[in-house]
Design a protein around this ligand. Structure first.
Ligand code: LMR
Length: 347
């Protein structure tokens, strides 16, 4: 009888213990039967693509288009997940996250890459690009391939350049037309030497700030001005705090589309080929779309009654150019590569 009671108690104890222990510890997930859907996913490659701008921008839409084309061309084998608005990483963090392999693709401005790729500094020279056709010729032709090769290090591989468009000047203080109008104003800039010097030569004080912080810092009046494309000014509502807008077209905002190199090298070559085809198609689409978007969003801005828009007169542009001369001389001394010297001669 005593033995029976002990045995019963032990059985009950054992049963309680069994229920309390997480069943996953006893039957780990991977040993369980795998259903059809899980088997399918094992063969699927996911590319996490993180960026910092809004979805209705040239970069936001290009990332979406690329995702659709990749899915189509690989018959669903590769899925590109796009995370906009810096929800995963800010522009300060995304390059490191890509190198670590935490995400697989980013498209930072080439300006933000110039610390790692100094050869790209030339692309930030003011008034380097004459018009959209000039930029398209540089960023889709042989020159772009040569430029991308400078990046082939640090676990990154450059796949393409995308376009946002021409940068304009905005201010909360007053219209910016003559170099003197910049005197002592504080400007938000992306992280790049050439942009800093551009503002110093105009007598302004440049301060680097992440794009993800621009809206809130303009709202808090931390800057008197900033430069950006119509698309970023419109989609992020920057004009709300910067009512003076000068259509200066003084600089170009372009992106380097980068993939983690280790990840890329593990992708089978036929799929790499399909991804490259999707990238090429997206790049041509983006070059045309970016121009249209900036034009149509400018029309939207013109409807805002509290935004004053000024064209930069040609004579004033000459005076800006005179100020920028030392910057050209400095960069030209550093640049030895023929490709880069030839950019300004491109059709
Ligand atoms: C900026 O920092 O102003 C831009 O580089 C943001 C972007 O990615 O367009």
């Amino acid at each position: 009888m005593k033995h029976f009671v002990v045995a019963s108690l032990l059985t009950i104890f054992g049963l309680v213990l069994f229920i309390l222990i997480d069943t996953e510890t006893i039957f780990p997930q991977e040993k369980m039967t795998i259903d059809e859907e899980q088997q399918g996913l094992e063969n699927q490659i996911t590319i996490v693509f993180s960026h910092v701008v809004a979805e209705n921008t040239p970069k936001g839409l290009a990332a979406q288009k690329f995702a659709e084309l990749v899915y189509e061309k690989t018959n669903g084998r590769v899925k590109v997940e796009v995370y906009p608005n810096g929800i995963l990483y800010s522009d300060n963090e995304e390059i490191k996250a890509l190198k670590r392999g935490d995400i697989q693709m980013i498209a930072p401005s080439y300006t933000n890459m110039t610390e790692l790729v100094p050869e790209w500094k030339v692309l930030d020279l003011p008034f380097l690009f004459r018009d959209y056709e000039h930029a398209k010729a540089v960023f889709t032709g042989k020159t772009s391939k040569e430029l991308l090769q400078f990046l082939d290090n640090e676990n990154m591989k450059g796949l393409a350049f995308w376009s946002n468009g021409f940068k304009q000047m905005t201010s909360s203080a007053h219209p910016l037309l003559e170099p003197d109008d910049f005197q002592d104003l504080t400007f938000r800039v992306m992280s790049g030497d050439v942009l800093k010097k551009q503002f110093q030569l105009l007598g302004a004080k440049p301060v680097t700030a992440s794009f993800t912080d621009v809206y809130s810092s303009l709202e808090k009046r931390q800057f008197d001005g900033q430069e950006n494309t119509i698309s970023n000014i419109y989609s992020k509502g920057l004009y709300k705090f910067q009512p003076y807008l000068t259509l200066s077209n003084h600089g170009y905002l372009g992106y380097s589309v980068i993939i983690n190199k280790n990840f890329w090298s593990r992708i089978p070559s036929d799929i790499q080929q399909q991804i490259n085809e999707a990238m090429l198609e997206t790049t041509y689409w983006n070059m045309d779309e970016s121009k249209k978007m900036n034009e149509s969003q400018l029309e939207e801005l013109k409807k805002q009654t509290d935004v004053s828009i000024y064209e930069l007169p040609d004579e004033a542009k000459e005076r800006w150019m005179d100020k920028f001369n030392p910057l050209y001389q400095e960069i030209e001394k550093q640049v030895t590569n023929d490709t880069i010297n030839n950019i300004s001669k491109k059709q």
